[in-house]
Design a binder for this molecule. Structure first.
Ligand SMILES: Cc1cc2nc3c(=O)[nH]c(=O)nc-3n(C[C@H](O)[C@H](O)[C@H](O)COP(=O)(O)O)c2cc1C
Length: 203
């Protein structure tokens, strides 16, 4: 009985790993199936639990869910990203908040971390961009875990996105991510990844 339970748990873990990593692909063609807001909230609620320095959580997410809001993004897109973005039910702008450190008294109350950042734009940029990128990656993994497919994109003009969506200069776009249900038949074969020996050193 106990062995059965362990085997079942292992199977569940393997299925989850397949869904999140081994079988998940970057999608560029999308089924016309809507994404409920509740699923985006579920994905965010998982992603926000990933670690960030001093729990600073600098990432911000703007979900474009209508043709009107998508149209505001289109002029900033690289030509090859236009059609896939129009077809996706949702496009997320993964941004980071240049004033993320103002939330540190709430997010990291046992130490005064805010004062390290005030007046230090280089540290703000490095910390905000690094941890915002990590949170963007957590979000991709979380979205896959709740059953969504992702199509991340860096082919866009960040200055145009910032001017259109963040005119006060407080948030800055990092990358975009189409979300929905991918059309698997349109995928090309998976490209190789670097092996452990190629990409890692053990010292
Ligand atoms: C940050 C980031 C930026 C990317 N930018 C683009 C892009 O602008 N346009 C595009 O079609 N694919 C883009 N991709 C998709 C990658 O080419 C794709 O994830 C990679 O080849 C792996 O594909 P796979 O997940 O199907 O194995 C981007 C991916 C990431 C993570």
């Amino acid at each position: 009985m106990a062995t059965d339970k362990v085997e079942l748990q292992q199977k569940v873990v393997e299925e989850a790993l397949n869904q999140i990593f081994r079988e998940a692909r970057t999608h560029t063609s999308w089924l016309p199936k809507p994404v409920p807001l509740s699923l985006l909230k579920e994905a965010y609620d998982l992603a926000r639990m990933g670690p960030t320095s001093a729990n600073g959580s600098p990432a911000r997410f703007v979900f474009l869910t209508t043709p009107e809001s998508k149209n505001r993004l289109v002029p900033a897109l690289a030509p090859l990203n236009v059609e896939k973005t129009k077809a996706a039910p949702v496009t997320a702008i993964i941004a980071w908040d240049t004033e993320f450190y103002e939330s540190l008294p709430k997010l990291f109350p046992h130490a005064d971390m805010r004062s390290y950042f005030v007046g230090n734009p280089a540290l703000i940029e490095e910390t905000g961009f690094r941890n915002g990128s990590l949170q963007g990656a957590y979000f991709i993994i979380a979205a896959r875990a709740v059953g969504l497919d992702c199509g991340p994109m860096s082919g866009f003009d960040a200055a145009k996105v910032n001017a259109e969506f963040f005119p006060d200069g407080k948030w800055k776009a990092n990358f975009l991510c189409n979300l929905g249900y991918g059309e698997k038949s349109k995928l090309h074969p998976r490209n190789p990844r670097l092996t452990f020996e190629e990409a890692c050193r053990v010292l």
